[in-house]
Design a protein around this ligand. Structure first.
Ligand code: ZN
Length: 60
């Protein structure tokens, strides 16, 4: 978890489990890595043609 520049202490709560997120990727998605995976699985199960969180890493 040393990938954030010093002085950047953004933190949001996971919309799924309420846990604190501090990594840039998780903050952007408002989801922790584990919850993001679960959400993707849920989305695929519900609507396989609409991957809600299937954003490419470069988009960040
Ligand atoms: Zn979570």
């Amino acid at each position: 978890m040393d990938d954030l520049p010093e002085g950047t202490r953004l933190a949001v709560q996971c919309i799924r489990c309420g846990g604190w997120l501090v990594s840039a990727e998780s903050v952007t998605a408002r989801l922790g890595p584990v919850c993001a995976r679960h959400s993707r699985a849920d989305a695929r199960r519900a609507a396989t043609e609409i991957p809600l969180f299937d954003l490419p890493q470069e988009a960040y």
